[in-house]
Design a protein. Structure first.
Length: 288
């Protein structure tokens, strides 16, 4: 009675691996040729890539505080998606296309934004953003980057601008009242010399009242100046760097060479492995 023997899978696997290794050794020049051809093609593609211009503007969106300046509040400028939505919004692209000369299609493909890390707490809202524009013409790219940065500042700065205007009007009002008190005080002091004792007492009381009012107004003006400085220096958005368009290669030479070389190497390896089976099917005789 004969016994059935199971196939030796390990032996077959060794034969297959050995055959693949023999094929690679016999056709070693195919992977090498594929690698070299891929490197050359990648280099030529990189040389043939069109140059583009890139301009990057840096925008500070500000940190809004409550009216009394004691705490940060949530607003449009603290939303992390605000800058990207403004920069890439259809209305913005149409306005910038009209002012810069770039087409809406070029802007849609060339406009990008990214937050710039400031080193603060991760929970703190981001304050700095880079607005980048890429395009084929230097002047248009410069104009587009500056126009988008201006739009971001205009949209995010509404609250801070209102505070700045309010504090300026308050300071002007305080100063007007102080000037009026100074004028009235001089008149009263001139009257005291020729006044009677009773009149002097009355005028003295009036001067004391005016001085008290002066102190209140000066304190109010001082606080308004401090809040104005906070609004202008911290809360108000502004463009830190408008950027200047510089030439940038659209395709990276290093990446093109590396990718094309890798593809050529893979094609060469496959050609070496399947050379004999393909030759056998087409009527050729495999080498031994």
């Amino acid at each position: 009675m004969s016994t059935r023997r199971d196939p030796d899978l390990d032996a077959e696997r060794e034969v297959d691996l050995g055959g693949y290794l023999d094929a690679l050794v016999a056709r070693w020049w195919l992977p090498v040729a594929g690698l070299l051809i891929g490197v050359v093609i990648g280099y030529l593609l990189a040389l043939g890539g069109k140059d583009v211009y890139r301009a990057e503007a840096t925008v500070y969106v500000g940190t809004p505080f409550a009216p009394n300046g004691t705490s940060v509040i949530q607003s449009i400028s603290t939303n992390p998606s605000t800058v990207a939505r403004i920069a890439r919004g259809q209305e913005t692209l149409q306005q910038v296309a009209h002012s810069s000369g770039m087409s809406v299609r070029e802007l849609r493909a060339g406009v990008s934004t990214r937050p710039i890390k400031s080193g603060g707490p991760k929970t703190a809202p981001n304050q700095f953003y880079a607005v980048t524009v890429e395009g084929p013409r230097r002047g248009e790219v410069n104009a587009a980057a500056q126009a988008i940065a201006d739009k971001v500042v205009a949209v995010t700065g509404g609250y801070a601008k209102l505070k700045v205007d309010t504090f300026k009007r308050q300071i002007a009002s305080d100063q007007k009242q102080l000037d009026a008190i100074d004028k009235q005080s001089q008149q009263v002091q001139q009257q005291i010399g020729g006044a009677s004792t009773t009149e002097q007492l009355t005028l003295g009381t009036l001067l004391l009242t005016m001085e008290q009012r002066r102190g209140t107004l000066e304190q109010d003006r001082l606080q308004a100046r401090q809040l104005l400085a906070l609004a202008e220096q911290v809360e108000l958005p502004r463009i830190l760097d408008r950027g200047s368009a510089a030439k940038a290669t659209a395709r990276s030479s290093r990446n093109s060479v590396a990718i094309a070389g890798l593809m050529g190497l893979i094609i060469g390896l496959l050609a070496a492995l399947f050379w004999d089976p393909i030759s056998a099917r087409t009527g050729g005789r495999p080498e031994r």
